[in-house]
Design a protein around this ligand. Structure first.
Ligand SMILES: [Zn+2]
Length: 290
């Protein structure tokens, strides 16, 4: 019994010492913080007696300002994407539109509100253009009588998909009889003359090698300049007949929209029969064969 009792005594002594050590350590560790807390509390409470309402009001005002300011940065963040598209597309677009997810030749809307795709073969991509010496039509025409709507000088031309305007012929000069004589002398050959024949144009870059062209326009819409970002359905201009002989020889007799979907260096339907090219346009607009 002596052994265990002695051991108990030693154990009790060790526990007591340990408890003292713990108490000392705790006291030492907390020695500063209660004092600091008390000092801080005293410092806070003294001005708080007079300034608490003002401070609370200031905090509330600051909170209100922060809340009021929060939408502003979001607006500022979205504004450059519409006003300064040249900088923003590089980063956000690849993340927002992974190339694998959507077919770039689908998802277009009609460039004229309420229009349909002409059933007349001469209006289709790939159709012959005899006056241009074996020329080939590289787009789709929308005329009154075949486009399901009236198409005239007051008809707005709409962006067929969101994108960035890369060309807007705001300083376009109408072709003259002398120009036409020059075209004929050249046999309507060459991309430069072909471009003149499309008249006043707007081009929109939709990324991934897809560009839409809107040709023969009578006017360009006020907000449309090269570099402007547009959404699908935005008015880019108005139907006309610029670039054609009729524009001076018989004004008002050939009003229509010539619309092209360009694909890389070529055009939608290139190398195909016109009926097959038309089918690609129908698919682009989400329409089925009639
Ligand atoms: Zn055409």
């Amino acid at each position: 019994m002596v052994g265990p009792t002695w051991l108990y005594a030693v154990a009790a002594a060790l526990i007591f010492v340990a408890a003292i050590v713990v108490a000392v350590v705790q006291a030492g560790g907390s020695e500063d913080s209660p004092a600091a807390a008390a000092g801080a509390g005293a410092q806070q409470s003294e001005p708080a007696a007079d300034g608490a309402p003002d401070q609370q009001a200031a905090v509330q005002q600051a909170g209100a300002q922060t809340a009021a300011q929060q939408p502003a940065p979001q607006q500022q963040a979205s504004t450059p994407s519409t006003a300064e598209p040249d900088e923003t597309p590089a980063d956000p677009q690849p993340a927002a539109e992974p190339e694998e997810e959507t077919d770039p030749l689908l998802g277009f809307t009609m460039p004229l509100a309420g229009a349909c795709v002409s059933g007349q073969a001469g209006h289709w991509p790939g159709a012959a253009r005899a006056y241009r010496n074996d020329g080939i039509h590289e787009g789709l025409d929308f005329y009154s009588g075949t486009a399901c709507i009236v198409v005239d000088l007051s008809t707005p031309v709409l962006a067929a998909k969101a994108g960035t305007v890369i060309r807007a012929d705001r300083d376009y000069v109408d072709v003259t009889p002398d120009d036409w004589a020059r075209f004929e002398a050249a046999g309507f050959a060459g991309e430069e003359i072909l471009d003149e024949l499309r008249g006043r144009q707007v081009w929109i870059d939709h990324g991934r090698g897809i560009i839409t062209r809107y040709a023969h326009l009578s006017a360009i819409a006020a907000p449309i300049f090269a570099g402007v970002r547009v959404e699908a359905g935005a008015v880019v201009g108005f139907v006309g007949e610029s670039g054609q002989r009729e524009s001076y020889a018989a004004p008002g007799s050939d009003l229509h929209l010539h619309f092209e979907i360009r694909v890389g260096a070529g055009w939608l339907g290139e190398g195909l029969e016109p009926v097959a090219g038309r089918a690609l346009y129908l698919a682009a607009f989400g329409l089925s064969e009639e």
